[in-house]
Design a binder for this molecule. Sequence first.
Ligand code: HEC
Ligand code: HEC
Ligand code: HEC
Length: 98
Amino acid sequence: MYDLPDFVYFDHSIHVYKGIGCSTCHGRVDLMPLTYKVNTLYMQWCVECHRNPAKYVRPREEVFNMTYKAPGNQMELGRRLMAEYKVQSLTDCVTCHR
Ligand code: HEC
Ligand code: HEC
Ligand code: HEC
């Protein structure tokens, strides 16, 4: 279902390590009778999060939780976790195109 073109670099481990949940990118695969693409793999989607990860970062222990819901104070939590996990905003072209 998910297959990026070869000229794009992608690595799961950094995302998981920095608190990006599986379901943020893959959706609720546990509930889908037929797995379908929740998010397109368009560059805009990657870059939108890279520009402002605070909207999505969750506690590391929740990364595998498929039913996790972002709390009402997500921006506050996101900023705090970004500081704690030292999450950077990586928007240079070379981040994904090497
Ligand atoms: C930042 C977004 C993002 C997150 C977070 C993420 N994935 Fe992915 N996943 C992708 C993308 C993009 C691909 C396609 C990679 C490619 O084509 O090189 C992918 C591919 C996969 C595949 C298919 C691998 C293959 O070789 O066919 C599996 C399985 C998968 N992810 C599971 C997970 C699990 C489990 C988690 C949570 C631990 C997770 N992903 C978290 C974006 C993400
Ligand atoms: C929901 C948020 C989110 C999405 C969507 C996302 N990323 Fe990321 N990405 C991050 C975060 C957070 C980091 C870690 C930044 C840091 O190092 O502090 C990261 C890091 C990376 C890195 C750096 C890895 C390294 O070793 O330097 C690459 C490459 C990358 N992402 C590629 C992608 C690509 C390609 C996509 C789209 C298919 C994507 N990301 C989608 C949040 C996201
Ligand atoms: C966070 C990851 C990420 C960053 C940063 C990024 N790209 Fe991309 N880029 C992608 C992904 C994923 C694709 C493949 C999907 C698509 O074509 O939209 C892509 C595709 C492309 C393509 C091919 C488009 C097409 O129609 O085939 C070009 C050209 C490109 N990027 C240029 C750039 C330039 C220039 C920058 C810096 C300003 C940049 N990218 C930054 C992830 C990224």
